[in-house]
Design a protein around this ligand. Structure first.
Ligand SMILES: Cc1cc2nc3c(=O)[nH]c(=O)nc-3n(C[C@H](O)[C@H](O)[C@H](O)COP(=O)(O)OP(=O)(O)OC[C@H]3O[C@@H](n4cnc5c(N)ncnc54)[C@H](O)[C@@H]3O)c2cc1C
Length: 495
């Protein structure tokens, strides 16, 4: 089938899936005002694949056929391939200002990495993950994933929870495995064709038979009987005035859902991990998937940082606050953010290596560094724009006021030195939405947690880091200083 158009993607979402929001079931996510904006954004991304000027950036030719595939499915076999995939990812995330973090390239890169390292899934399931990758690529499908268990009592591991709530395999039969319970947190679920349930990197299961039912990895179509999704309330502000009042929220709210499994049958050909705790706990490391996905999300970080910097540049020119030194300092910080992120991406590509599967993997060090730094950078960028805009961020009326009964007041009192009232209101609403709205709050939470718990991640980084050479260096240095001190002492004694 090859690359789909936006219209085909939207048609695929009208499949009878069970999505609930605000206490009601959604009949059609592409038409419901709370969800339609995200669906339109998704469609735009797929339409870009068909634009002649983007075709070679966003798609690649299937060897030996005229079919084209989305380039985020490409398995990079050289540094040039990785750079090519970076350009694809950057284009989609520039289009969405880095605010639609779960654009489908995220899962496409992950699934490609799993397929490339399929042997790590073991002899029973390697063919399943390869076939799944081929299905996703050939039909240009959209996936979400759910990796973590509901928050009940975090002092106990999932197998030792007082209540039996987390999703697990309750039985199997000749057709497949049967799943019961809940999983969080599936971003983009409202707009996906497929749900993938996999381990969370850095959240190992304990060994022991009690944990085996939770040691699973599989995928199912969103409309599989027995699976339902509970969405958090929308932050799209749909239906309240002009879309220009919340220009980002209305477009890029991705949806976040709890997935509930009511004895859902997963056919054997869709099972990737089953009751094998060793594979469950090590699949990211063994496939190289962590490095592949980190490359994707740091490229998203760059798109987001560049947008925030551009927004700040535009804002300061309206009220001319870039005359002030501390504002210049903030702008310099935003410039530096983009330079550091770009450098990390390039370093990860320059120091990448070929895996044993023949896949070119980026170096993880620079990407991991950005995984820890970017949440702070993004919050700082929001703060910088709040300091630049100050009271102006709330002294900005709804867009409707421009043509309302007070149109003359509005055009007079909302003008700025560098923008008329209409321009200023448009720009300040954009800045408000990016840095202060509930959409922005969700973005800040997303950056902190979407790649797992940074606290436990920091502990894991410290444990895994090769510290011994650095410690040895310090002791060698002290030995040298001591020798030198002794030498000096002897010299002065001999005088
Ligand atoms: C906006 C958003 C989108 C997301 N999208 C997805 C998605 O699409 N798919 C997906 O699978 N996941 C997604 N995630 C979930 C993400 O993987 C988790 O939020 C993350 O792993 C943290 O887990 P948690 O939220 O359950 O927090 P918890 O594990 O409950 O942690 C809560 C607090 O307790 C602390 N804590 C908990 N346990 C320990 C411990 N053992 N030791 C020390 N401290 C501990 C944590 O540091 C944290 O401060 C998303 C998260 C967010 C916020």
């Amino acid at each position: 089938m090859g690359i789909r158009t936006g219209e085909q993607v939207l048609a695929g979402l009208r499949d009878g899936r069970e999505i609930y929001i605000d206490g009601e079931r959604i009949a059609d996510v592409t038409r419901d005002p709370r969800l339609a904006g995200g669906a339109r954004t998704l469609a735009e991304l797929y339409d870009l694949q068909h634009q002649p000027e983007h075709r070679d950036t966003l798609t690649y030719a299937s060897p030996g056929t005229s079919e084209r595939f989305g380039l985020s499915f490409m398995e990079p076999r050289s540094q040039a391939d990785l750079v090519r995939r970076r350009k694809m990812i950057k284009l989609w995330h520039d289009h969405t200002l880095g605010m639609f973090g779960r654009a489908p390239d995220f899962m496409n890169v992950l699934i490609s990495a799993f397929a490339s390292g399929a042997d790590a899934f073991g002899p029973d399931y390697a063919k399943n993950i390869r076939a799944y990758y081929a299905l996703m690529r050939d039909r240009d499908l959209v996936a979400t994933h759910s990796l973590t268990n509901p928050q009940v009592d975090r002092t106990r591991n999932v197998a030792a929870q007082a209540k039996d709530l987390a999703a697990k395999a309750v039985r199997d039969n000749d057709k497949g495995i049967v799943i019961r319970g809940a999983r969080m947190l599936a971003t983009l679920a409202a707009y996906s064709d497929e749900l993938m349930v996999m381990p969370a990197p850095g959240y190992p299961l304990p060994t022991g038979d009690d944990a085996r039912p939770y040691a699973m990895g599989f995928s199912i179509p969103m409309a599989t009987p027995g699976v339902r999704f509970i969405c958090r309330p929308s932050v799209a502000h749909a239906g309240s005035g002009s879309p220009l009042d919340y220009p980002i929220s209305t477009r890029y709210d991705e949806s976040d859902c709890m997935a509930v499994f009511d004895d859902v049958l997963v056919p054997w050909e869709r099972v990737f991990i089953y009751r094998d705790i060793d594979i469950f706990n090590n699949i990211y490391r063994c496939t190289g998937a962590s490095a592949a996905i980190a490359h994707q999300f740091v490229i998203k970080d760059l798109a987001k940082a560049e947008f925030m910097m551009a927004l700040a540049f535009a804002l300061v020119r309206t009220t001319k606050v870039d005359e002030f030194q501390h504002i210049q300092g903030l702008l310099a910080e935003l410039i530096n953010q983009t330079e550091v992120i770009r450098s990390c991406i390039i370093a990860s590509e320059a120091e990448g290596t070929l895996s044993s599967y023949g896949i070119f993997l980026p170096a993880t060090g620079p990407l991991q560094a950005m995984r820890f730094l970017f949440p702070q950078m993004f919050r700082r960028a929001c703060e910088a724009i709040q300091i630049i805009g100050a009271g102006g961020l709330v002294m900005v009326p709804s867009f409707a006021e421009i043509d309302g009964p007070l149109a003359t007041d509005v055009s007079t009192y909302y003008q700025a030195a560098g923008a008329d009232a209409r321009e200023r209101i448009k720009l300040f609403r954009l800045a408000y939405d990016a840095t202060m709205s509930d959409f922005s709050g969700r973005q800040q939470l997303y950056e902190r947690y979407f790649a797992g718990d940074p606290i436990r991640g920091a502990g894991a980084l410290y444990s895994a880091y090769d510290k011994q050479p650095h410690v040895d260096r310090i002791w060698k240095l002290l030995a040298r200083f001591e020798d030198e001190a002794e030498h000096l002492r002897k010299r002065s004694d001999s005088k």
